[in-house]
Design a protein around this ligand. Structure first.
Ligand code: SF4
Length: 299
């Protein structure tokens, strides 16, 4: 009953599908944001003139496999291509099913050596989802870039899509390796279920800074009320609503895109209702690879 359209097998042949048990929770209404963003849809197979194969310009900024360098002070390391959930709007779901999902030991050693010698102050562990790898591999990676790169960021949607992944043991390992910042990705207050709230509290209670990055998605959360509810709920959970992303023009996600003008309107509506600690910066990550920049009105 949850399939948004048939034939989903055809979508799976183009874009991988993965959905953790429990993520959909009590979602039943057809316009529930969890259903809209997690379930495959035949619309993903329709080419759109606005599609950009490399929508945030990573390929030209990749000095070696599994590494992206857009800024002098930061290195992005992709631990894996796997995610617990392949979100239907995300360009990172765009890899051929069955292709290699993890670096070889040689590739990973080269990526770590590059990072240590980069002069960067921050390393961002991304993916895929960096919490889709075992604790031991994640901790080894953190330890391997220290002391040369002091600040570690983990960009993960796992606390939202698979909160059981945030085990007391994982939290303890991250705490022992401070400063480790965790950037989660919730798009709608309905995703903040009791298990998700508990997972976020485990991190915050342990002194791990947690920030949220949301994506503005047409038909999912593209109204001021939905955004205000999300941001207020995050602040109440002691999670800073850091960024609101304009959607990337990834192949197959045209149904989720909205105009910059509409996005600015929504952000302005949020600014009128939210305090400074609850208002995210509205950003776009353009295809030229120059990195995120603010596109919201001045605050
Ligand atoms: S990288 Fe994040 S947003 Fe993209 S598919 Fe994976 S979990 Fe979803």
């Amino acid at each position: 009953m949850w399939l948004r359209s048939q034939p989903w097998e055809a979508v799976a042949a183009r874009f991988p599908i993965r959905l953790p048990r429990g993520y959909l929770g009590d979602a039943t209404a057809p316009d529930d944001p969890r259903l809209l963003t997690a379930l495959p849809d035949a619309a993903e197979l329709v080419d759109d003139p606005g599609d950009v194969p490399d929508p945030v310009g990573e390929q030209a900024r990749s000095p070696l496999p599994w590494v992206v360098r857009k800024h002098e002070d930061r290195v992005l390391l992709l631990l894996t291509k796997r995610c617990h959930l392949y979100c239907r709007y995300c360009f990172r779901r765009d890899h051929t099913p069955g292709e290699k999902e993890d670096p070889t030991p040689e590739e990973w050693a080269a990526a770590l050596a590059y990072t240590r010698g980069s002069g960067a102050r921050e390393v961002i562990f991304s993916g895929g989802d960096p919490l889709a790898v075992p604790d031991a591999r994640l901790c080894e990676a953190i330890d391997a870039v220290r002391p040369e790169v002091p600040v570690v960021r983990i960009h993960t949607r796992a606390p939202i899509t698979f909160p059981q992944r945030v085990t007391p043991r994982l939290v303890s390992e991250l705490r022992a390796r401070a400063p480790v910042w965790v950037l989660v990705h919730a798009n709608h207050a309905l995703e903040l279920t009791p298990p998700v709230r508990e997972a976020l509290a485990r991190l915050v209670d342990a002194g791990v800074p947690v920030l949220n990055q949301a994506v503005l998605l047409r038909g999912v959360n593209d109204d001021v009320e939905a955004q205000v509810q999300l941001c207020e709920a995050l602040v109440a959970l002691r999670v800073f609503p850091y960024y609101l992303h304009h959607p990337d023009a990834a192949p197959g996600n045209a149904a989720f895109r909205l105009s910059l003008e509409r996005g600015r309107e929504i952000h302005e509506g949020m600014r009128r209702r939210l305090s400074g600690i609850a208002l995210p910066t509205y950003v776009i990550d353009p295809p030229d690879g120059s990195g995120k920049r603010s596109i919201g009105p001045a605050v």
